[in-house]
Design a protein around this ligand. Structure first.
Ligand code: HEM
Length: 422
C-alpha cells in the first residue's frame, strides 16, 4: 500500500470520524425503520412527505455525516493543512447536522412549516461553519495536488444546494413565492447529488483505489478534468434556468455522460489492479458504480423517477460511503496506533493488522444484507406491494449490522490504545 506523503501530525483525533460514522449509521437505521413501517407510502410518489423525509435522512443525515467525518480526517492529510480548531468545529458541526436533520425530517413528515424552517436554518449554519473551516484549510494548503482543487469544487457545490434548499423551505412555508418550483428542485438536487455527492465521492475513489489496491492511476483527463467539468456544467445548468428548457436538458445529458465515462473508468482501473483480492470495500464500490451506470441508462431512457431515486440514493449514496468507511476506519486505527507506538517507544509491542478492526467476514455479511435490501428496494420502486416492507426490514437489519461493525472497530482501537498508553 502506498502511504507516501501521509502525515499523522496533521490528523485530528480519531474519535472525530468515529462520532460522525456512528451517527451516520444511526440515520440509516432510521431510514430502515421508516421504510419498514411505511414503505408502501414512501413509494407512492417521490413528492410524498415520507419520500422527502427519507431522501433527507439519507442525504443530510447519513451522507453528510460520513463525508464530513472522512473529510475532517483526510483533508489535512491530503492537503497538509489542518482544519482550524478542529475539535470545536467538529463538535459544533456534528451537533447542528444532527439536530438540523432531525428538525427538517420531522418537518417533512408532519408538514409543519416551523420545523422545516428551524431545520433549514440549523443545517445552513452547520454547512456554513463546515464550508468556512474547510475553505480556510484549503486556502492555507501549500499542496498543489489536483485532488485538493477538485475536493474544493465538490464542497463548493454544497453552497448552492443549501441556498436552493433554504429557498424551497421558504417557499413551502409561504414566506416567499417560488416561481417554477420544479426547476428549482431540479437545480437543488442536481447540485446536491451530482455536484457535492458525485464530485466528493469520486475524488475519494480516485485516491483510494490506486492507494489500497495498487492499481494504475486514473488518466489525467479523468482524474484532473472530469469532475471540474461536472462543476462547470452545473454552473451552465443553473444559468440555463433563465434560458429555454433545451439548455437545461443538454447540460444534464452531458453531466450524465461524464459520470457514465467516470464509472466505466473506475471499473476498468479496478480490473487492472495488482492486489487481486476482492474485499468488501470493492464489493461496495462495484455495486455503487454499477448502480450509477444503471441510473444513467434509466434516466436517458426516460425511466421511472422512483427507480432512478432508488438507484441514486440507495445504490450510490448509501452504498459507496459504506465501502469507504470500511477502508478508512481500519487504516486510521492502524495509522494512529502506529504513531502512538513510535511516540511511546513501545517497540516490543506490535500494532494489530488492519484486518482486526473490522473483520472481513462481518463486513461481507453486512454487504450481503445491503445488497438484498437494495434489490428489494429496486423491485419495490416498480411494485411497492409486496416488496417495500421487506426492503425496509432487511435494510434496517443491515444498518444495525453496520453500526455494530463500526462500534466493534472502536472498541478494538480503544483497548489497544489503552495498552500502549499504560
Ligand atoms: C440545508 C439543507 C437542505 C434543505 C433545507 C433542503 C430542502 C429541500 C426541500 C424544501 C425540497 C423540496 C420539497 C418539495 O418540493 O416539497 C428538497 C428536495 C430535495 N432535496 Fe433537499 N434540502 C437540503 C439539502 C439537500 C442535500 C444536501 C441533498 C443532496 C445531497 C438534497 C437532495 C434533495 C432531493 C434529491 C430532493 C428532491 C426529492 C425528489 O425530487 O423526489 N437536499 N430539499
Amino acid at each position: 500500500m502506498d502511504t507516501a506523503g501521509l502525515s499523522l501530525d496533521q490528523a485530528p483525533p480519531i474519535t472525530i470520524p468515529f462520532k460522525y460514522f456512528l451517527t451516520a449509521a444511526l440515520f440509516s437505521i432510521a431510514v430502515g425503520l421508516l421504510f419498514t413501517l411505511h414503505g408502501g407510502d414512501v413509494m407512492s410518489s417521490r413528492w410524498s412527505p415520507l419520500a422527502l423525509g427519507i431522501t433527507h435522512l439519507i442525504t443530510v443525515g447519513f451522507l453528510a455525516q460520513v463525508m464530513t467525518g472522512a473529510m475532517m480526517q483526510l483533508l489535512p492529510v491530503l492537503a497538509g493543512s489542518p482544519i482550524p480548531k478542529v475539535v470545536v468545529v467538529s463538535w459544533v458541526v456534528h451537533l447542528s447536522l444532527l439536530v438540523g436533520t432531525a428538525l427538517l425530517v420531522f418537518g417533512f413528515l408532519s408538514s409543519r412549516e416551523l420545523l422545516l424552517i428551524a431545520g433549514g436554518i440549523t443545517l445552513s449554519a452547520a454547512f456554513l461553519i463546515l464550508l468556512m473551516s474547510t475553505g480556510m484549510a484549503l486556502l492555507r494548503s501549500k499542496s498543489h495536488r489536483h485532488t485538493v482543487r477538485t475536493l474544493g469544487f465538490g464542497w463548493t457545490a454544497l453552497a448552492p444546494t443549501v441556498i436552493l434548499g433554504g429557498y424551497l423551505v421558504a417557499g413551502l412555508a409561504g414566506l416567499t413565492q417560488v416561481a417554477e418550483m420544479q426547476k428549482i428542485v431540479t437545480l437543488h438536487l442536481s447540485w446536491g447529488l451530482l455536484g457535492w455527492t458525485g464530485i466528493v465521492l469520486f475524488t475519494t475513489i480516485f485516491e483510494l483505489v490506486p492507494m489500497f489496491y495498487v492499481a494504475p492511476g486514473f488518466p489525467v483527463l479523468i482524474k484532473h478534468w472530469s469532475l471540474p467539468s461536472v462543476f462547470l456544467l452545473l454552473v451552465i445548468l443553473t444559468l440555463s434556468n433563465f434560458m429555454p428548457g433545451a439548455f437545461l436538458k443538454a447540460s444534464l445529458v452531458l453531466i450524465a455522460m461524464t459520470f457514465f465515462v467516470i464509472g466505466c473508468y473506475v471499473l476498468s482501473i479496478v480490473y487492472r489492479r495488482k492486489r487481486l483480492i476482492v474485499d468488501t470495500t470493492l464489493l461496495f464500490i462495484w455495486t455503487g458504480v454499477g448502480s450509477l451506470l444503471l441510473a444513467v441508462v434509466v434516466w436517458l431512457s426516460g425511466g421511472n423517477d422512483l427507480l432512478l431515486g432508488g438507484l441514486l440514493l440507495g445504490g450510490v449514496c448509501l452504498t459507496i460511503p459504506i465501502g469507504i468507511i470500511y477502508k478508512v476506519i481500519p487504516f486510521l486505527c492502524w495509522f494512529h496506533l502506529q504513531g502512538l507506538l513510535i511516540r511511546r517507544e513501545k517497540f516490543d509491542h506490535t500494532v494489530p493488522s488492519m484486518k482486526c478492526f473490522i473483520k472481513e467476514k462481518e463486513a461481507k455479511r453486512q454487504y450481503m444484507l445491503h445488497l438484498i435490501a437494495l434489490c428489494l428496494l429496486l423491485m419495490a420502486s416498480q411494485l411497492p406491494n409486496p416488496f417495500a416492507m421487506p426492503a425496509g426490514a432487511v435494510f434496517l437489519f443491515s444498518s444495525l449490522y453496520l453500526f455494530k461493525n463500526i462500534l466493534y472497530a472502536y472498541i478494538v482501537f480503544h483497548n489497544e490504545r489503552r495498552i500502549l498508553n499504560s
